[in-house]
Write a protein that binds this ligand. Sequence first.
Ligand SMILES: [Zn+2]
Length: 283
Amino acid sequence: MPELPEVETVRRGLSPAMEGVVIERADVNRPDLRWPFPDQMAERLSGQRVDRLRRRSKYILADLDSGETLLIHLGMSGRMTVSGDPLGQFVHNHPAPEKHDHVVFHMANGARITFNDPRRFGAMDLLPTDTAHEHKLLSVLGPEPLGNDFHEQHLIDAFRSKNTPVKSALLDQRIVAGLGNIYVCEALYRGGVSPRRKAGQISEQRVAALVPIIRQVLEEAIRAGGSSLRDFRQADGELGYFQHSFDVYGREDEPCRTEGCDAKVKRITQSGRSSFYCAQCQR
Ligand SMILES: [Zn+2]
């Protein structure tokens, strides 16, 4: 499931093919993904220039010159591919259409952007740009972890007297937007904080220390995504899935990477999701 760094990588990969470019035609091949598409979506997209491509949490937002914004959510299995870009950034020929190619954007610069989603947990919506932040998916979001509103005092205030495990608190999108299971596990490992510890019981000093750690973990992953974009010529044109090594995530029973620690990474289930951590390093 794509997390914030993967979505940011998709945004950066789409940008040269989409930003400032007119969507000559949009093909919408089914009525819905997770939810029905908005009325007349193909017509409302066709002929519009993408003025700006931005990201909020795990949503990609394309501001159109019509005054509407296209919201794209990749869901669990959504993929975006770019083919035939004339700028020479992407050398992929247009592939033959595939079964789960639900939406295809034919760009005026010759690029083709395909949204493929076998499980259809993804979503697209069109909303007025000036009130986009009021959309039901966006209005509930807390600050961006890489933005200025996510700071030490914010996290201290959000955790104060919170009786839930810190793992759940960091996954709470109202506290910080876009953090998912993988990067919460990694940040807690680096912060030496057990995922089981109650958020309200962690000292302010340790809570404050989590803020730069969270930023660092995400920025490293975004950098890894950036490298994957540079290797794009060899890839198949698919954006956003890249090799990245994790310290604890997915490493159950493997040795802890902290120097001098002889423990093995543990996996427990919290709120139905796996938490990976070192019980010796994380308290
Ligand atoms: Zn350890």
